[in-house]
Design a protein around this ligand. Sequence first.
Ligand SMILES: NC(=O)c1ccc[n+]([C@@H]2O[C@H](COP(=O)([O-])OP(=O)(O)OC[C@H]3O[C@@H](n4cnc5c(N)ncnc54)[C@H](OP(=O)(O)O)[C@@H]3O)[C@@H](O)[C@H]2O)c1
Length: 237
Amino acid sequence: MKIALLGYGRMGRAIEKLALDNGHEIALKINRNNVDDISIKNLQQCDVAIDFSWPSSAWNNIKSCVDAGIPIVSGTTGWTDRLPEMKSYVLGQGGAFLYASNFSIGVNIFFEINQALAKLMDAQDQYKISMEEIHHIHKLDAPSGTGITLAEQIIQEIKRKEKWKEGSSEDENTIPILSKRIDMTPGTHSIKYASDIDTIDITHTAHSRDGFAQGALMAGEWLLGKKGFFSMKDVLF
Ligand SMILES: NC(=O)c1ccc[n+]([C@@H]2O[C@H](COP(=O)([O-])OP(=O)(O)OC[C@H]3O[C@@H](n4cnc5c(N)ncnc54)[C@H](OP(=O)(O)O)[C@@H]3O)[C@@H](O)[C@H]2O)c1
């Protein structure tokens, strides 16, 4: 397939390498220097677009692809308070859009484990819940999109939790998320349930960006010929 890479940074380059190894073609590469090349004409020469750009550019990139009528996969984080609005736009225009805060297969399995554990913990008020996420120092947003997804899953399952907050919080209804930025770490997420008697924690550690790139490419292949708004859950499960 012919791929448009909207964002040609760490993730764009990892996807390019994997795509070429798998016989795909990169027809368009966008960074800050050639944003004007995101035109309907250029996009329509591609089978699918994959956006790993900046929180400030994701909205326009995705909208341009929907307007051009090409399927778009995005993993850009830090803008998703507008995701429901984009979902309506995509469905209204008859477009094809797949969003995942994390494309790695391991993290998507971790999401399922997180949800199942939260369900079990709903009745166990004695456990304090907290989260920690660690990423590389260049990451623009905090907490991570994956951290927000994990927190929202817990809020959905545990009645005593209503919101999350970056940093510490002693509020009974709040999940504190501690964001650490350390050198080149690709991404670690831990959820801790601590009582006076014991602690349960679950952790996912990414060793490289390859898992995200593999999942994003898989999502692009899966999205061809489909219409609608999708997540990695649709691809994997
Ligand atoms: N969902 C997941 O699985 C997953 C995994 C990893 C990362 N992410 C997220 O993906 C995003 C990108 O991560 P990254 O590590 O690749 O970041 P990065 O290395 O900073 O790359 C971002 C790229 O976007 C380009 N860009 C800036 N403005 C743009 C615009 N208006 N249109 C198109 N491209 C533009 C940048 O251009 P320049 O090169 O000129 O600066 C750069 O090439 C972040 O939000 C990150 O949190 C998601």
